[in-house]
Design a protein around this ligand. Structure first.
Ligand SMILES: [Zn+2]
Length: 85
């Protein structure tokens, strides 16, 4: 048995395993970064029809085709529309 050869083989296996893991990690990281950037629908900004403040779509309320930042502003907007008629 050549002990040096066995050590060399073990070293080579560890080296390539590490290289493969490193490449897998890099691909995984790139995938995550692309997933974070490539979703414009997830956090689209909308504007409150009453106070004009901008907020994420998932935090806004939708009523009659308009966006609102709170139920209070939705009520005020609808009230004014009713008075306008
Ligand atoms: Zn508002």
């Amino acid at each position: 048995m050549n002990l040096l050869l066995i050590r060399l083989i073990i070293f080579a296996v560890l080296f390539f395993a590490g290289l493969k893991l490193y490449r897998m990690y890099r691909e995984w990281k790139l995938d995550r970064e692309e997933a974070a950037q490539g979703s414009p629908q997830a956090n689209q900004m909308v504007r409150c029809a009453w106070c004009q403040v901008h907020l994420p779509e998932d935090e806004a309320l939708r009523e009659r085709g308009q966006w609102f930042c709170s139920p209070d502003h939705r009520n005020k907007y609808l009230e004014e529309q009713q008075h306008g008629d």
